[in-house]
Write a protein that binds this ligand. Structure first.
Ligand code: HEC
Length: 151
């Protein structure tokens, strides 16, 4: 029984590697970064956020192996589309939410932390990152609708 289950698990494990999604691993060019208030803010953001919210993603070997590859690709696609620190020329609608996402414990996502010790911030580092974002242009809270229109 156990051997049969194991054999099937191996067959399925090999077959899912044939699914193409998840191995693109693109890092498009960095067009423009925010004008960080200090190198320390950038460093904290790099440690805790850049893998999903920039074009400088580090793709470790296991991110090429399904099903980890699917999860990693989904996180990076979703992360970049919501907020991309490497494309600051584009409108970043969600940039104003960084403080509440960190404070609420949503970002970085909990499931990311066990494999990425460097992304674990202490309470002091979290406070420092939130304060740093607040002093960096582009992170003003404009609500969900993007920049306010002035008439
Ligand atoms: C493991 C990948 C990953 C990491 C690391 C990560 N994020 Fe995210 N983030 C996502 C994904 C995926 C989304 C879009 C879906 C969602 O909201 O869960 C997102 C959404 C967001 C949003 C938009 C939320 C909204 O709806 O307004 C903000 C703001 C954000 N992240 C900030 C951060 C900050 C700041 C950090 C670092 C402290 C960080 N994220 C780290 C994956 C990540």
């Amino acid at each position: 029984m156990f051997i049969r289950v194991l054999r099937w698990a191996i067959v399925v494990g090999v077959l899912i590697q044939l699914i193409p999604f998840g191995r693109q691993h693109t890092n498009p060019p960095v067009t423009q970064e925010p004008q960080w208030d200090s190198p320390a803010t950038r460093e904290l953001a790099r440690r805790a956020c850049f893998n999903c919210h920039s074009n400088e993603t580090t793709w470790p070997w296991y991110s090429s192996i399904a099903p980890v590859s699917w999860l990693a690709q989904r996180d990076v696609n979703g992360g970049r589309s919501h907020l991309n620190f490497s494309e600051w020329t584009k409108l970043q609608r969600h940039a104003g939410h960084v403080g509440e996402e960190i404070r609420g414990g949503n970002m970085p996502p909990w499931f990311y932390l066990p494999m990425h010790a460097e992304a674990k911030l202490t309470a002091a580092e979290r406070a420092q990152l939130i304060a740093g974002f607040a002093k960096t242009p582009g992170f003003e809270d404009n609500g969900d609708d993007g920049p306010k229109l002035h008439h």
